[in-house]
Write a protein that binds this ligand. Structure first.
Ligand code: ADP
Ligand code: MG
Length: 404
């Protein structure tokens, strides 16, 4: 087990005791509860969620945790053990989008989104701590939003479902923080279950828990965190989103999800004839083909043929690299080194331009593949990536009071 896996899996009771004690020291009162929400990796279906398409994430054992106590005086106090700068104190009735607040905008945005939706949240003391690597494409931000939403939902008796909390988390990130993300990350953190993938239709949030027992087939899924994030990614997401929307508009469909794979060639001809930019054609081809790859993976898993998922992952990477153009040299190297060393398939996961890749590999070959990836990074002069196993873990939950 690598460092990250060990950290994520270790001593939950001890960690909870630690966070309860530090909450009490910080705020001078006991927390009313502790909640956890995981990060995620997406197996397949990338950049499809803002096209009403399909995705297939799994929750990681890495979680954001929140110790929370209600307040009735309109004060919101936020603290993260992972961030410098101490407690951020705000007033719930003064929360306004795009007001800055740094990291605190994520939990504050959730309070804002809940109140905007008419829910009575009268203030809170919140302490956050997380084992989800930040900015690694593993959704540390969604974990923070979902854990905050879940805790406030419970304490204020709001009665919202996991999907509703996910949508509020997305709204916090879109409208309050100002990041135009789709709903996959929050849905994965809120709704995944242990041992399963979440097959999610992002149009209506219909979902199915798909058993994902790789060990039974002698396989494992590795995450390679390249530990890089290229600045290029910042405007690229919005550009791709706009390109996809333009493609759908020219084709006269509500979203690219409505274009079936067997209509792709005709659609590309229509886009070219209409004078669409060549980038729009590439974006459309990626989204439609990745939706198709989700269907392929589902069919393979339902048929019990997990090894055959490998080449579909690699095809997804090629599409992200060449059509959507959201990969980067480090991600390409992780994929080529893993595949060159005998992995069944690999691809970048998440938004790209850095972050993480996933690798499907026989358990017996996992150590050699990991070694090859590390060697390839060293030879290229890149910092050593973090490699850990993606164990499909539980979604957001309250931790038992007895545990702390
Ligand atoms: P990702 O979600 O892929 O990790 P993002 O850029 O979407 O990357 O979100 C990362 C941001 O989320 C951080 O810059 C920080 O503002 C916030 N964040 C993540 N984890 C924590 C944490 N443990 N404490 C405070 N803020 C955090
Ligand atoms: Mg994020």
């Amino acid at each position: 087990m690598t460092d990250a896996t060990t950290r994520a899996a270790s001593g939950t009771a001890a960690r909870n005791a630690e966070s309860a004690a530090s909450f009490t020291a910080l705020y001078g009162t006991e927390p009313e509860g502790i909640w956890a929400a995981p990060g995620r990796v997406n197996l397949i279906g990338e950049y499809t969620d803002f096209n009403d398409g399909f995705v297939m994430p799994l929750a990681l054992p890495h979680t954001a945790r929140a110790a929370v106590a209600r307040r009735t005086d309109g004060v919101l106090r936020l603290h993260s053990t992972d961030m410098p700068g101490g407690v951020v104190q705000l007033r719930v009735d003064e929360l306004a989008p795009h007001a800055g607040h740094g990291w605190a905008a994520y939990p504050a945005g959730v309070v804002w989104a809940l109140r905007e939706a008419g829910h009575r949240v009268t203030g809170a003391d919140i302490q956050l701590t997380s084992t989800v690597p930040t900015g690694a494409g593993l959704s540390s931000s969604a974990a923070l939003e979902v854990v905050t939403a879940l805790a406030l939902n419970a304490l204020f008796g709001l009665g919202l479902t996991a999907s509703e909390l996910a949508v509020l988390g997305q709204r916090a990130e879109n409208a309050f923080v100002g990041v135009p993300c789709g709903v996959m990350d929050q849905m994965a953190s809120a709704c995944c279950t242990e041992g399963h993938l979440l097959y999610l239709d992002t149009r209506d949030l219909g979902s199915r828990q798909v058993p994902f027992d790789l060990a039974a087939q002698g396989l494992t899924l590795l995450v390679v965190d390249t530990r890089v994030k290229h600045a290029l990614g910042d405007g690229a997401y919005a550009e791709r989103r706009a390109g996809c929307e333009e493609g759908a508009r020219i084709l006269g469909i509500p979203a690219l999800r409505d274009l079936p794979y067997d209509g792709l060639d005709a659609a590309l001809e229509k886009l070219a004839a209409a004078g669409a930019d060549e980038s729009v054609l590439r974006f459309v081809r990626h989204v439609v083909s990745d939706n198709q790859r989700v269907e392929q993976v589902i069919a393979l898993l339902d048929a019990g043929d997990a090894p055959a998922v490998g080449p579909v992952l690699t095809a997804g990477h090629v599409s992200l690299r060449d059509d959507l153009r959201v990969s980067c040299p480090e991600l390409d190297l992780a994929v080529s080194a893993a595949n060159g060393a005998g992995a069944l398939g690999a691809r970048m996961t998440g938004g790209g331009f850095g972050g993480s890749a996933i690798v499907l590999v026989d358990v017996a070959a996992a150590a050699a593949v990991t070694e090859s990836v590390l060697e390839a990074f060293a030879s290229a002069g890149y910092a050593a990536p973090g490699v850990f196993t993606a164990v499909p873990s539980a979604g957001a939950r309250r931790l038992a009071p007895a545990a702390w």
